[in-house]
Design a protein around this ligand. Structure first.
Ligand SMILES: [Ca+2]
Length: 165
């Protein structure tokens, strides 16, 4: 839908000088005139990095910038990319590779992977090193899982088992 040129002149706000006063189809805005603001081609939407000014596609609105890397701000997604004008990621794999301590899940609120429910029948413990159920543990018993001395926390490499501590 076209707006009368005199209105465009009065409401066109030039965010980036290069984008205004061109000789495109619109006398006041060479590239994209969106909600009264003139944007140069290639500029991304300040509110959504997956939308771009592409006058060849749409001179009066944002165009999808699919395939671009982006950041959806979520911990539980990885490899974020633009798709359909939105930033989407693949689910984060929280698995620690150990079966007997259960399946880890991703906790978006905590911004961390959360431990699973150990599968060994009490009083047996899940031995993290051998991934098997054991009756005795010489290291650290944490949440029904046995960790050997010096073994790192699968969910936090900055922590380790220290039975003396
Ligand atoms: Ca596991």
């Amino acid at each position: 839908m076209k707006t009368a040129p005199i209105q465009i002149l009065s409401i066109c706000v030039c965010l980036v000088l290069l984008g205004c006063g061109g000789s495109g189809g619109n006398a006041a805005c060479a590239d994209c005139l969106i909600a009264g603001v003139c944007y140069p081609a290639g500029v991304t939407n300040p509110a959504n990095s997956c939308l771009v000014c592409d006058p060849a596609s749409d001179a009066a609105g944002w165009s999808d910038d699919d395939g671009q890397a982006c950041d959806d701000g979520l911990f539980c997604t990885v490899q974020d990319a633009c798709s359909g004008g939105e930033c989407r990621g693949q689910p984060r794999d929280c698995s620690d590779g150990i079966a007997c301590n259960g399946a880890e899940t991703c906790d978006e609120a905590a911004g961390a992977c959360a431990p699973g429910q150990p599968t060994c029948q009490a009083p047996a413990l899940c031995d993290a090193a051998s991934d098997s159920c054991v009756m005795t543990c010489t290291g650290c018993v944490i949440g029904a899982v046995c960790y050997g001395q010096g073994q790192p926390n699968p969910l936090n490499v900055c922590e380790k088992c220290d039975p003396a501590a």
